[in-house]
Write a protein that binds this ligand. Structure first.
Ligand SMILES: Nc1ncnc2c1ncn2[C@@H]1O[C@H](COP(=O)(O)OP(=O)(O)O)[C@@H](O)[C@H]1O
Ligand SMILES: [Mg+2]
Length: 344
């Protein structure tokens, strides 16, 4: 007879953040074991998309089925079943932050931690995020978006570039990517065209954004004990002013992070926190998110992007900013898991 709820942590996924997701999953599993003592099962989605139950050194193919069960196939063709009360889809980027796994879980009626398929999809696509932010009247970086690579769109992009100011510079971004992949600064028309062509190789839509000069700030937004909380803004201090793939992951990175961005006025902090809550509620995000901002040299606030399943390693900004605001990661996980189990 089952005495305690079982939680399935799914990680990997084969995307650019596959390895980071494994570190996040380790931290989540340790936190659950420390704070809740629930039964924890682990599934690694490998680079080929195969689901494997991890039990010590043993890795066994598995799949979910309706009725909240994980089916595990052993070497001699027998299938065993594990009851699943809750899934933690611990995947940054596809197929987790895109909402695909959450759709799969919804179809099978399996409760999960984090944003719904719809909220995940809207936030993962940089174009749809901006359209929603505009609709919610939340300031975000001025942009044009291109639905295909053609002469008319290149002209629109060039016109936008020329309008951006006396020293025009823009950021070109593939719509559905993360980790700064498919994201390029462009400071002349020739660079702009090359960047657009490259970005279209990653996504069917491309954004051209005005380059903002100032600071990169982030806020943890999370639900805890029935209330929505925001952390104090943290800061990414990147000397090259482009937090690129190398700056994010290379050991040679010169970027620093600060949990409490120094020198912000109370008004700026309040406004940022209010926008963060408005975005979280307006986009119907659940449980957790990290919302990234730019604060320009003129003190204007712009939302850059919304991460519905941010990095959760022991050194990631989301849990550290949460802890700096007085709520431990273990208390958060305990509360959020209890809420999910109650609703299931
Ligand atoms: N409009 C912009 N102005 C200035 N810097 C930008 C702008 N857009 C992106 N950047 C830089 O590029 C980085 C990656 O862009 P971002 O939109 O956050 O993509 P990703 O989802 O890959 O993190 C940012 O962290 C920032 O350093
Ligand atoms: Mg980013």
């Amino acid at each position: 007879m089952k005495t305690r709820p079982s939680i399935l942590v799914i990680y990997g996924g084969g995307g650019t953040e596959h390895e980071v997701s494994m570190v996040s999953a380790r931290y989540i599993i340790e936190t659950i074991q420390k704070g809740l003592r629930h039964e924890v099962y682990e599934v690694l989605i490998d680079h080929q998309g195969v689901w494997n139950l991890q039990q010590g050194p043993k890795s066994t193919p598995c799949y979910l089925r309706p009725g909240k069960q994980l089916c595990v196939q052993n070497e001699i063709g027998h299938t065993s079943f594990i009851d699943v009360d809750l899934v933690v889809p611990c995947i940054h980027g596809p197929p987790g932050e895109t909402g695909d796994i959450q759709s799969h879980l919804s179809i099978y009626g399996i409760p999960y931690l984090g944003a719904s398929p719809e909220a995940s999809k809207i936030c993962f696509n940089k174009v749809s995020t901006k359209l929603w932010l505009d609709a919610l009247r939340i300031p975000n970086t001025p942009f044009v978006f291109l639905d295909e690579l053609n002469e008319e769109n290149l002209k629109r992009a060039c016109d936008f570039f020329i309008q951006t100011g006396t020293t025009p510079e823009v950021f070109v971004k593939a719509s559905s990517q993360g980790s700064s992949v498919g994201c390029y600064p462009a400071s002349n028309l020739s660079e702009l065209k090359t960047a657009i062509t490259q970005a279209f190789q990653f996504s069917p839509y491309v954004l051209v954004e005005k380059r903002l000069y100032g600071r990169e700030l982030e806020i943890s937004v999370f639900e805890y004990e029935g209330n929505l909380h925001t952390s104090y803004p943290g800061e990414i201090i990147c000397p090259s002013k482009f937090y690129s793939y190398e700056e994010k992951y290379s050991p040679k990175s010169t970027t620093n992070t600060v949990l409490r961005a120094p020198g912000l006025s109370a008004k700026t902090v309040e406004e940022m926190q209010a926008y963060a809550k408005k975005a979280f509620r307006g986009l119907k995000i659940q449980h957790l998110s990290r919302i990234d901002f730019f604060l320009t040299n003129k003190q204007e606030i712009y939302v850059n992007e919304i991460n519905t399943f941010p990095g959760l390693t022991p050194i990631s900004m989301f849990p550290k900013m949460m802890e700096a605001s007085g709520i431990t990661f273990v208390s958060f996980m305990k509360d959020v898991i209890q809420q999910c189990l109650k609703q299931s």
